[in-house]
Write a protein that binds this ligand. Structure first.
Ligand code: ATP
Ligand code: MG
Length: 314
């Protein structure tokens, strides 16, 4: 208790000492939110990603924490950089990599990392095949990621309890050291399926205790997937006509129920195939095309998909 009181009075003393020196006027959080560019990054995240309200809320909260921490530091209050290592769980194609990229930008804008780049790796980038290969490999990756974010996809593959002498353990130990000792210069984000991630943390309490933020990415609903498709098409200067829009809604309902469905990633892949069919259809025409035709996907471009055929076959 006493220590707390002492700390607080020291902080006030420090702040009044700081106030004696002419400094810039105290910014309001809202001013800093705008001037740091964080507002713009979050607005971009909001505009380019459909849905994900809980994820966006958590990113906003983390940004608020960092912003207030910065204002505290400016006033000379005790400011220990908050622990920022994170875990993103969710199924494939739910936006984890995309959000990690934006997170790196937010951290850069607020000065928590120097460069704000993202290095995305999996087990094979960190763990060697032979004795003595893992440490240099892991250190090389860490060196590349310094000043930014290290994103480890399917992080649970680092831990293989079935192999008695698995080199993954060595990579984990090096990561833990750096996560603890150099956390003002690197943020580690682990990503993967939720259940496997939980099992991984269960057997790696050292890792679990260093991860401060757990963010879960839900699967998209059918209307969200449709909206994602429209957003992707807009960016590419394409659009669905009414028939194609209805056909794609049916496509999503069928595709979602099939194996290996990967949320927004499957939508992107489906659109690529539809653009191919659209091009082939236009290619057969020997009359000049209207600009409208070059941008419009029709029902036939959608319904030629195997996804519909599979239903007829069944
Ligand atoms: N909410 C969304 N709105 C619009 N586009 C999205 C959304 N979520 C993901 N995407 C797009 O879908 C693709 C896959 O997203 P991303 O790579 O971020 O997913 P992921 O969760 O990292 O997937 P994986 O686990 O397969 O690596 C990207 O092209 C991304 O831009
Ligand atoms: Mg990814």
């Amino acid at each position: 208790m006493q220590a707390d009181v002492l700390d607080a009075s020291q902080a006030v003393a420090a702040s009044s000492a700081a106030a004696a020196v002419p400094t810039a006027p105290i910014e309001s959080p809202r001013q800093l939110f705008e001037s740091s560019g964080v507002k713009a990054v979050l607005a971009q995240l909001d505009a380019e990603l459909v849905g994900l309200a809980p994820v966006k809320g958590r990113i906003h909260d983390i940004a608020a924490l960092l912003l207030v921490d910065k204002l505290r530091a400016q006033q000379g209050f005790n400011s220990q950089p908050p622990s920022l290592h994170m875990c993103f769980t969710g199924n494939p194609g739910t936006g984890k990599t995309t959000v990690a990229l934006r997170m790196a930008e937010v951290l850069k804008q607020l000065g928590y990392v120097r460069k704000g780049h993202l290095v995305a790796v999996t087990r094979d980038d960190l763990v060697g095949q032979f004795i003595g290969h893992t440490a240099p490999k892991t250190r090389e990756v860490l060196k590349k990621a310094m000043g930014g974010v290290l994103f480890i996809d399917e992080a649970y593959y680092l831990y293989r309890p079935e192999n008695e002498r698995d080199y993954g353990q060595e990579a984990i130990e090096i990561l833990l050291q750096v996560m603890e000792n150099q956390r003002e210069d690197i943020v580690v984000i682990l990503a993967g399926y939720k259940d496997r991630m939980q099992t991984f943390f269960g057997s790696n309490p050292g890792m679990a205790s260093r991860i401060a933020h757990h963010i879960d990415f839900p699967d998209y609903t059918e209307p969200e997937l449709l909206r994602i498709a429209q957003l992707m098409l807009e960016k590419l200067h394409y659009r669905f006509d009414d028939g194609a829009l209805q056909a794609f809604a049916r496509y999503i309902a069928l595709r979602r129920a099939q194996p290996h469905f990967a949320n927004a990633r499957s939508v992107r892949n489906a659109l690529d195939r539809m653009r191919l069919r659209h091009a082939t259809r236009l290619f057969d025409s020997d009359v000049p095309l209207q600009p409208e035709q070059l941008v419009t996907l029709q029902a036939a471009d959608v319904t030629a998909s195997r996804v519909f055929a599979a239903r007829h076959a069944a």
